[in-house]
Design a protein. Structure first.
Length: 333
């Protein structure tokens, strides 16, 4: 295949500055990510102003590295794709503005990509032959969604969180038991040495027919339990909390597979890197007799390869995005 089938993807929705060259929507020729974790760790979370400034400093070099590793010159690309939302508006504007400037300079199309759609395409990057329809459990810092993917660009949201996302609950619980930022990996690591049965916690909305989620009450239950019983072992709290989250997520995902007669069960988003969730999802797929797709850790967290892949398919179906397009921090899937 030629470089004319390559899309340069740009991702700056939160605290990862990323660029990637993807060929024909499936072959990753380069994927470069500059993380800001160390920058924000001292504050216990992402500081939007600092994130935007860091993107301004890092994006140019990251794009250059991605093009060199991908073996393609910018003007040879089929398009430049960038995340237009959801995310932090200042961070998004850095990537969108840069992408538009490159598209104009190279005289190639610009494609605006929904960050959440990008996570769906992260699944297809490693398994372009994934049998469809599929159920994708998309779990990240700010989103928890069950998505029925019928075909490229054709999907339906079956359910989502009615309050806090699972990733937000992880960060809060991490702070309560004295762990650092980011909370998800820290809780996952600590939970491995804990007893999930020692701290039983509620399973929100587990018995309801809907595919919606709720983690605000679970988060509050942890806070109150720790305040009431300060001698609880942190590893047991982490294990009990994680077991509750995973139980609810996987049970609803299983029901979604059955309800839609899906052929595959997939994970997507940053929380898809969680070891307990990966193991439970794989077991659920085996029990249901469907394919399981657990993306590699590099494609769970924010990256530009998924944006380039989604951009390629959007270009085929919808054509270029108008340069009048802005950044949309609350964009929905």
């Amino acid at each position: 295949m030629s470089s004319a089938m390559c899309v340069l993807g740009i991702e700056t929705s939160c605290d990862e500055t990323a660029a990637s060259v993807v060929e024909a929507g499936t072959r990753v020729r380069s994927s470069v990510v500059s993380s800001q974790i160390d920058l924000h760790a001292r504050y216990g979370g992402v500081v939007p102003e600092l994130a935007g400034r860091a993107h301004l400093e890092q994006l140019g070099p990251v794009i250059t590295e991605a093009l060199v590793e991908g073996g393609v010159e910018g003007a040879q690309c089929a398009a430049v794709a960038a995340t237009i939302g959801p995310g932090l508006v200042g961070a998004l504007l850095v990537g969108v503005s840069h992408a538009k400037a490159l598209a104009l300079a190279w005289d190639v199309p610009f494609v605006g990509v929904n960050h959440l759609e990008g996570h769906l395409y992260a699944c297809l990057l490693e398994r372009p032959d994934l049998p469809l329809p599929a159920i994708v459990l998309l779990v990240s810092g700010g989103h928890t969604l069950l998505v029925h993917v019928e075909a490229h660009g054709s999907y339906k949201i079956l359910g989502g969180t009615i309050d806090d996302a699972a990733g937000e609950a992880y960060d809060k619980v991490a702070r309560v038991i004295g762990l650092g930022y980011p909370g998800g990996p820290a809780v996952d690591k600590l939970a491995a040495s804990g007893d999930p049965g020692a701290v039983r916690l509620p399973r929100p909305l587990a018995g309801e027919d809907s595919f919606d989620f709720s983690f605000s009450g679970l988060k509050t239950a942890v806070v109150r339990r720790v305040a009431r019983e300060p001698d609880l072992r942190p590893e047991d709290v982490a294990a009990g909390f994680q077991a509750a989250v995973v139980d609810v997520l996987v049970a609803k995902a299983q029901r979604a597979v059955v309800a839609t007669d899906a052929k595959a069960l997939c994970l997507a988003g940053g929380v898809a890197a969680n070891s307990a969730l990966r193991a439970a999802t794989e077991s659920a797929a085996v029990e249901l007799g469907v394919d399981a797709l657990l993306p590699s850790l590099a494609y769970c967290t924010d990256n530009a390869a998924m944006i380039a892949a989604a951009g390629w398919w959007r270009l085929q179906s919808d054509g270029p995005t108008s340069l009048d397009c802005g950044a949309y921090p609350n964009l929905r899937l």
